[in-house]
Design a protein around this ligand. Structure first.
Ligand code: K1U
Ligand code: ZN
Length: 172
């Protein structure tokens, strides 16, 4: 297992649409292990493969409260099957947009489907943080970021801030 570097805004990789996984190979299992380790180290409650630069449709999540009872989830080719009309506002963060948090409105409850590492297809209902997190992560697989739900003014401000930081980092 290894902790992999995170892809940070404004890296254009974050806008890629990730490819479906056709077969669960040893490389895919290794990627899942590395994603979980990277997510726990960050720390975060979710991670999409593209956030470590790999454009495949895999997500890891753990929304459990206690560190003693971790509940790691690995989602392969996840999709939303149903979303409630009722909305909920949650203050979201993103490991690819460090230290920036804003309120985002999304469906309150969802039903989603995914394949696990054993190749089983699972359908699951979610509310609360799990519902918010799975929507945020599936957005990553489609090149969508939570800042896309904010006003243009807020999005432009955060883009400018991270572009400046990237230029400083590159010594430009
Ligand atoms: O996908 C990501 O960038 C991970 C992101 C997921 C997420 C958080 C909040 C709402 C929706 C989706 C994070 O995990 S940001 C870090 C975070 O929220 C957190 C970190 C430690 C403990 C609890 C939360
Ligand atoms: Zn994110």
């Amino acid at each position: 297992m290894s902790i992999r570097p995170l892809v940070i805004l404004p890296d254009s990789k974050l806008r890629l649409v990730s490819k479906p996984i056709k077969e669960i190979t040893s490389e895919i299992r290794q990627l899942a292990d590395d994603m979980l380790e990277t997510m726990y180290d960050a720390p975060g409650v979710g991670l999409a493969a593209i956030q470590i630069g790999v454009p495949v449709r895999m997500v890891t999540m753990d929304v459990s409260k206690s560190e003693d009872e971790r509940q790691p989830m690995v989602l392969i080719n996840p999709e939303i099957l149903w979303a409630s009309e009722e909305k909920r506002v949650y203050e979201e963060g993103c490991l690819s947009i460090p230290e920036y948090y804003e309120e985002v409105e999304r469906p309150d409850r969802v039903r989603f489907r995914y394949m696990n590492l054993q190749g089983e297809t699972i359908e699951q209902d979610a509310d609360g943080l799990l519902a918010t997190c799975v929507q945020h992560e599936i957005d990553h697989l489609n090149g969508v970021l939570f800042i896309d739900y904010l006003s243009k003014l807020k999005r432009d401000r955060v883009m400018t801030k991270f572009k400046k930081a990237a230029r400083r980092e590159a010594g430009v």
